[in-house]
Design a protein around this ligand. Sequence first.
Ligand SMILES: Cc1cc2nc3c(=O)[nH]c(=O)nc-3n(C[C@H](O)[C@H](O)[C@H](O)COP(=O)(O)O)c2cc1C
Length: 245
Amino acid sequence: MGSDMAAPESKVIIVGVTGASGAILAQTALRLLAADERVARVHLAVSDAGRRLLDHELGVRGAIGELPGGIVGANAGKGVTAAGKIEALPNADVGASIASGSYPADAMCVIPCSMGMLSAIATGASTDLISRAADVSLKEGRRLVLCIRDTPFSRIHIENMLRAQQAGATIMPAIPSFYHHPKTIDDLVTQYVCRVLGQLGLPQSKQFAWTGQNAGMNAAQDEEHDEVQGLENEMHPSTRKVRSV
Ligand SMILES: Cc1cc2nc3c(=O)[nH]c(=O)nc-3n(C[C@H](O)[C@H](O)[C@H](O)COP(=O)(O)O)c2cc1C
């Protein structure tokens, strides 16, 4: 099992946040990216509906430049890395660095991803920075992970998923897993976000990995799992006491 911190690199990751429920997914992803020595830079773009969501679900509001610190710092305990490497870009600025394929980004995720944004990406609309950067990711053959969320799916949603997937995107619905015996909301969120980061080319050695039903959760994984959940629980004291999920 490799170490996440052993090999400093200079990955550039784009994170889009749109107006689908699950601001905590974006928050956890940004915290883990900010703490990851393999990541040099994170470019963050938040849609208008995404900003409403951050306000509604995390109580984060303010000027664009204040968003990284606001998101990473919201409900934070000790041990949360500063948001210094996260640069927030105006979503209306379709001329920003990440709007061009010549800008050397490594991977992008939209977390959470609304059905509206899925539609924009599936049709190549490129009318804002998030959909343009996603369009660039696809045309450049870079990893693009769409953390879609809605229930139930309409035929339009499903057709858009298919279209985006066939163009090269990874459709990663915000669906939690339960085989790692989650005890808290943080357990659910962290496992899901670790899977997303793995899809971005940032494998997470501390996420739970299934080794077969009879093997179950082995002792080493159990220990590491508790360790990463401990960090997450520090980060989210408001959810620490939630036990029944
Ligand atoms: C609090 C809140 C939660 C929402 N949750 C969802 C959701 O889970 N999935 C979704 O597709 N749209 C959701 N919406 C609606 C989208 O935000 C809306 O369709 C918006 O136009 C999407 O724009 P965007 O893709 O530019 O962020 C939500 C809106 C609000 C205000």
